[in-house]
Design a binder for this molecule. Structure first.
Ligand code: ADP
Ligand code: F6P
Length: 483
């Protein structure tokens, strides 16, 4: 059995140049946080982009960069600014991301960025081929690298290749609008196993394969002349123990050991013991429904004025893809909405919304999760949403209410939370009211079931299920060929 090569656009760390030296910061996002736990436990090499373009790297730091990455079991693919613009800001995040999240009107179809996407995918494929032995297993991640499986297959026809998509796969009617739909499907079909978070995404993908490529699909197997490709759903979990242990450890801290943020949260709780904190954490992304959430919060305060001065919404938004115009517009919209709602409802002793626009260290995420009575996540579309799972995992006494959009992949596994339609303000306002009023026993009953499920289907189990399914699939495919 050889090694596993993980390949994704982002590495577990992002490098930055600071005061003439290299600093590494942890990457944010479901893929990086989830796979980090898998990578740290085994014999794997992670290939990806360092976060710095060729133009940004001074020659004297090249060695330091390779050292910093190899400490994290990682190796980099070099990208120029022009490549990052076309591949990452361009085709990945102006074409595929909006299209696959059903924001058709945001999707741009530009031949230049498609060409750069192909070129950069080839670079990633070449980086794999340079490091891979025949008995290795290649695990390719996400929509930035959909052509890589076929590009690797051409050079290493017998190697095991798995692909996992961390975002939704849209219905055929949406996917068919992509000018390069055929090429994208053919790229993915270089894999032996293709995984999605939910059965719906899997079904949409198979329907596109059947209707666009006209291939023979039986149940969830795709038959090629010389191979069978399996398509399946693997809902991604979290590192449950890491979050629940961190929350337990957090509770045992003395006042002096607490972070500044925690002390601030405690002061507010002490000054208003009946007050409730409602938390939302996301990358600042239009798919997360942050602007709608703010409008819905305003509606809630108007419909239930008894909660004025009693409820505070904490919004933590991490900057994301800020070179893409839609993200810049969203930033402005959110700033304005927060300002307007705070202006309208604030009193001398109360500001309804606390808004943080930054990445936070893990310790502060735990401060927020453990101090919030309610987590409220409103994606308009979301492949999975790991924040929902992380919140539940940190509730050591099992209190706390999760309000979750039914449009998140996570909703399929989290029926015991309060599910909402992010477009239905009436339902949202009533659900926040229900969450605030929910008896402690009911909160604990719901979280007990959720926690047991999250603990069982953790990220390690997700990775093991995927890898063992890939091994089985390779065997099936071999016996199919030798028949
Ligand atoms: P996505 O992959 O679309 O960003 P997920 O909810 O699946 O959405 O994953 C987000 C991940 O990023 C979570 O693991 C969460 O803890 C982390 N994260 C989100 N916001 C922040 C933040 N402001 N600071 C640090 N980590 C964050
Ligand atoms: O989980 C979906 C995802 O797009 C990952 O592919 C990505 O790492 C993450 O969200 C964050 O986005 P980005 O890498 O563009 O900052």
């Amino acid at each position: 059995m050889g090694k596993t090569i993980i390949i994704s656009n982002r590495l577990p760390i992002q490098l930055q140049i600071h005061n003439g030296g290299i600093t590494a910061i942890p990457s944010v996002g479901g893929l990086a946080t989830g796979m980090k736990s898998v990578h740290s436990g085994g014999d794997s090499l992670w290939i990806g982009w360092s976060g710095l373009t060729d133009e940004e790297i001074p020659e004297n730091l090249v060695g330091d960069i390779d050292d910093a990455l190899s400490k994290h079991g990682s190796s980099k693919v070099n990208l120029s600014q022009q490549e990052v613009d076309g591949f990452y800001y361009g085709f990945s995040n102006r074409t595929v991301w909006p299209l696959f999240h059903y924001f058709l009107e945001y999707s741009e179809f530009e031949i230049e960025s498609w060409e750069t996407y192909k070129k950069v995918n080839q670079k990633f494929a070449d980086a794999i081929v340079a490091k891979a032995d025949d008995d290795d297993t290649i695990w390719v991640h996400d929509y930035q690298l959909m052509l890589v499986p076929q590009m690797v297959r051409e050079k290493l026809p017998n190697i095991s290749i798995g692909f996992f998509l961390h975002i939704p796969f849209p219905s055929f009617e949406i996917f068919r609008t992509l000018p390069w739909r055929k090429e994208v499907l053919e790229g993915l079909l270089g894999s032996d196993l293709i995984g999605f978070h939910t059965y719906d995404y899997e079904r949409h993908f198979l329907s596109s394969v059947r209707r666009i490529l006209g291939l023979d699909v039986s149940f969830n197997d795709i038959y090629l002349e010389d191979r069978i490709i399996k398509v399946d759903s693997f809902p991604m979990g979290i590192d449950y123990k890491k979050f629940s242990d961190a929350a337990l450890e957090h509770q045992q801290r003395s006042k002096a050991e607490q972070s500044e943020l925690q002390q601030r949260l405690n002061n507010h709780k002490e000054s208003a013991p009946d007050a409730k904190f409602i938390l939302s954490i996301d990358r600042l992304d239009y798919t997360k429904g942050i602007a709608k959430r703010l409008n819905a919060f305003e509606y809630f305060l108007t419909k239930y004025p008894q909660y004025k001065e009693k409820v505070r919404l904490i919004i933590l938004a991490v900057p994301s893809r800020s070179n893409v115009p839609q993200y810049q517009l969203l930033k402005r919209e959110v700033d304005e909405l927060v300002g307007r709602i705070n202006g309208e409802f604030s009193t001398v002793s109360w500001t309804p919304i606390w808004y943080f626009y930054r990445s936070m260290p893990f310790e502060n995420l735990i401060d927020l999760y453990t101090s919030s009575d309610i987590a409220w996540l409103t994606p308009i579309r979301d492949g999975m949403n790991l924040v929902a799972k992380e919140y539940v995992a940190t509730r050591t006494d099992k209190t706390g209410v999760l309000i979750l959009s039914e449009m998140a992949g996570a909703a399929n596994e989290m029926n015991e939370s309060l599910l909402i339609n992010p477009n239905n303000f009436e339902q949202i306002a009533d659900t926040i009211h229900q969450a605030i009023q929910m008896p402690k026993e009911e909160q604990q009953e719901r979280n007990d079931v959720l926690q047991k499920r999250l603990e069982r289907y953790n990220v390690e189990r997700w990775a093991n299920d995927f890898m063992s399914s890939l091994t089985d699939q390779k065997e099936n495919s071999r016996s199919y060929v030798s028949r």
